[in-house]
Each structure stands twice: as structure tokens, then as C-alpha cells.
Design a protein around this ligand. Sequence first.
Ligand SMILES: Cc1cc2nc3c(=O)[nH]c(=O)nc-3n(C[C@H](O)[C@H](O)[C@H](O)COP(=O)(O)OP(=O)(O)OC[C@H]3O[C@@H](n4cnc5c(N)ncnc54)[C@H](O)[C@@H]3O)c2cc1C
Length: 501
Amino acid sequence: MLRFLRAYAQNFLNSRLMDERRSLPPALISEFAEAGLLGLQVPRELGGQNLSHTDMNQVFTQLGAIDANLAIFCAVHNTLGIAPILFSATDEVKSCVLPRLATGQALTTSAISEPGIGSHVRGMTTRATRHPDGSYTIKGVKKWISLGGDARYVNVFAGLRDEHGRSLGITGFLVDSRTPGFGIGPEMLTLGLRAVPQYDLTFDNLRVPPSALLGAEGDGLTTAKAAFMGGRAVLASMTMGAAMRSLELAQRFTKGREVATGSLAENGRIREVLAEAGAAIQAVETLTSRIATWRDEGQDVPEAWYFCAKILGCELGWKAIDMALQVLGARGFLDTNTVGQHFRDYRLFRIFEGSTEAITVYLGTTLVRHPDQFAKLVHQTRPAATVLRLIDQVAEIGADRPDDAAAQHMHAAVVGELVCWTLLAMVTSQAEAESPMHGYTAAWTEHQLQQRLRNAQLGFRRSLPTVTEFDDHVAAFAGVIGDVDQRRWPAEEWRADPLLR
Ligand SMILES: Cc1cc2nc3c(=O)[nH]c(=O)nc-3n(C[C@H](O)[C@H](O)[C@H](O)COP(=O)(O)OP(=O)(O)OC[C@H]3O[C@@H](n4cnc5c(N)ncnc54)[C@H](O)[C@@H]3O)c2cc1C
């Protein structure tokens, strides 16, 4: 697969054209299916590749380095789409659907987000109702669904009610998009990832049979979590591929470039920013490969590890891409430069499948409420003694929970971030003897943790402006910049989003 992807990139791919046309090349689906890329973890007897998590990481790092559109296309199909079916559909449904998906005869995705909810999944308003004959009807609207207009099978998550209107909890359903009542809304014109379109989906009393159920009634969030946690680690692997590619180009450039101090490659400041990006990439790689190894060994991996991979993988990876763009100077700003395209495409990764802020606050809140879970995480690896001392200080900050709600959110964000850096420092400290670069990476990661700890200990004593005070402050901008809302763009969706009016 890796060989296929490298040859495909060199000989057939034109990322620029794909971006411009906002679509994947027509032959891509069948070629990717033939190479096994559409059934990465589907069992062999159902037409898939049955890849280990370690191998899957490698495939996604490769895809991520080539083009985020290809990577997201494969990730949506394999992790958002196939994984919930693999975990939770009946054997009969699996044997009917999975061979079709693995061989590219059909695509699949998941629909969770709605116009009114994104990060707050429990607030979803799409409703499913169970009928006496065991079938269900689904009614509601989903938004931003990648491949939503192309997928034959969509995992739809909805709040289920029984025949008497009693709530049974969020439940997953495998919906065939050919079912009457399945509607496809307009394509979203996104800033990046232009070749993998997103659509609104509407379900107008769409009826599905009992076999459409994914897992048990009310267990939808368990199904979604089981599938999407792995997806979060995959996002980190893709971002690392793009960050590696960007750093490779930046390093090449510095070697040939003369600046006022001489060779750019010899400039201390530039060596420092490049080395830091290299350390960030190596740290996240160490983390994702550790998670994959644990999963391949059948170990239970607490969700904090996946959150850490998603948060730091996507944040540090994008920062490394931004750094490469900066080092490339004007060349970095060219739209025809791979690094510029990565910069645009990978910006999304900090937002979707749990935005950094939402999952950092969630992680921090969980660990503040259940400090025993933090202790368990620490026992999962045997970190260096210096890191162990820092871990005690992180636990102290976690225990110091404020009373006020807004202060609690800020405290949870600090704790969540500290926990992520703690986990990264734990895995990198274990690998520090492997090479001089691993030694640098371990020291850099520990330093990042120390800096954040110091910030947290120092605190910021000034209270926030109230929402009204800040609202008044921003409202006064109109006096400076006036009303500049553009009313319409011909031939495009022109109404302003109600939340932006
Ligand atoms: C290109 C693209 C593809 C997508 N594909 C899919 C798909 O295939 N299937 C699908 O179901 N969805 C998909 N989505 C939706 C995506 O998962 C959501 O956009 C994402 O979860 C964020 O939700 P939102 O946009 O409603 O942001 P909101 O939930 O409105 O959050 C806005 C911002 O508020 C902050 N925030 C939110 N919650 C908290 C919190 N608890 N604490 C602190 N700060 C917080 C964060 O900064 C966040 O970015 C896609 C989106 C895009 C742009």
C-alpha cells in the first residue's frame, strides 16, 4: 500500500487540480479499492486487509504526507464509516455491507453534527422513534457530513424514543441513502480539504428496519466513542505525515538558501525552530505508535491517550506546518506550494472530531472529578524520575478546583493541557536513549511541560471582563469599522449564517 501510494503521488496525482476542481479524480475510488485502502481493518474473509493499528498508522501517515484530501477520504470511509459497522452491526449486516465497502462498490460515513450542535453531541435533536413492529423512523437534520452526498451507507446518530415517547438515549442506525426520506442539502464551500465535500443531510420520517440498529438501543455514544477514539489517533498520524513533509521541504530550502548571516541552515534561530518542529513530530509519533502497540496487544487504552493524540497531534502538527511555511519565506505563501496547501487543509484538524478547546476542557474536567484516573494513566508507562516529580505538581494543580463556573472551565482547560503534556513527556522520556534526536525530543517535551506548569502555578489574577462588558467593547468596533456585512454573492449560498448575523 505504501509503495502504491508513493507511485500514485509521483505519477498520477495533481493536488492543485483536485483543490481547484473541488473533487477527487474519477478513477481514484476504484484504484484505492484495488490497493486495499477502502477496507483497511475489515476482516480478510469480508474482502478487507485486516491491518493492525500499527500498520494503519503508517498508511495514514503516508496519506497525510501526500494530500489531506486523500487522507480524509480514507479516514472518513474507514474510521467514521466502517468502524461503527464493524463494532456494532449484526453479523448479517456486516457480511452484506462490509465486502461492498472494502471493495469500493459503496462509500460510508457518519452523521453526528447538526446545525445546532457540534461539540455538544448529547444536545442532538435528530429523533428516532421505535414502532411496534420493531422498525424505526428518523427525523432531523445533520450538517457538515463528509461524503454525505456520496456515501451509500450513513451511520446516523439520533435520540431514540419508544412507542410511548419515552427517551431511550442516543442510538446509532445504519441508513441506506437510497431509502425514501433521505435528503441531501447543499455542499459547504470549505476553506481547505476542498476535494472531500461536506453536505447537509435531512431525514424526513425515514424508515429503517430493526437490523439497522448499530449496537443496543441507547448505546449510540458507546458505539460512536469506540469508533471515533481510534479515529482521533489516526488524525494525529495524518497530521504527522504532513508535518514531516513540510519539515522536509523547509530543511531542503534552508540548505540552499543564503541570508544575511550566511547559510540559512546554519543560522542558530532557524536551527532551533526546525529542531523544535522535529521534536514535536517525533514526540507525537512516539505517542501514536505507543497507542497503536497497546491496541495491537489487546490492552485497554484509556480515552485520555486518544484525546492527547488528537489535541497535541493536531495542534503541534499544524504549528510545524506553519513554521515550515514561515521558513520558506515568500515561497511558503504560494498557493502552488504543498506546504501552503497543508497549512489550509490541516487547519481543520484542530476543529473537527472534537475541537481542541472542547476536548481539553472535557479531559480536564474528567480528571479533576476522578483524580484516580490520572494516577492510573501514570502507571501505564514507567517515566523518568524527573517527569514523575512534575506529575505530582500536575496532580496538585488538578486538586485546586475553583467554585465559579467560568473559573472551572479555565481550570479544566489548564489541567487538560497539562495532562496531555504529561502523557507526552512520559512516552518521550522512555524513548530518550534511542538516538540523539530522541534525547533532544525528551528534553524539549519535558521543558514544554515545565513551562506550562510554571504558568499554571503563576496564575493570572485579574478576573475576566463580564460577558456584557466585553459585548459592549466589541459593539463599539462598529464605530471604527462600520457595517461591512456583504449581502450576497451571485451563484453561491449567500445568506449569512444566523449565528453570524
Ligand atoms: C470539513 C468538515 C468536515 C466535517 N465532517 C463531519 C462528518 O463527517 N460528520 C459529522 O458528524 N461532523 C462533521 N463535521 C462537523 C465537525 O465535527 C464539527 O464542526 C465540530 O465538532 C465542531 O462543532 P461546531 O462547528 O458546531 O462547533 P461548536 O460546537 O459550535 O464550537 C465552536 C467552538 O467553541 C469552542 N468550544 C466548543 N465546546 C467547548 C467547550 N466545551 N469548552 C470550551 N470551548 C468549547 C471551540 O473553540 C469550538 O471550536 C465536519 C466539519 C467540517 C468543517
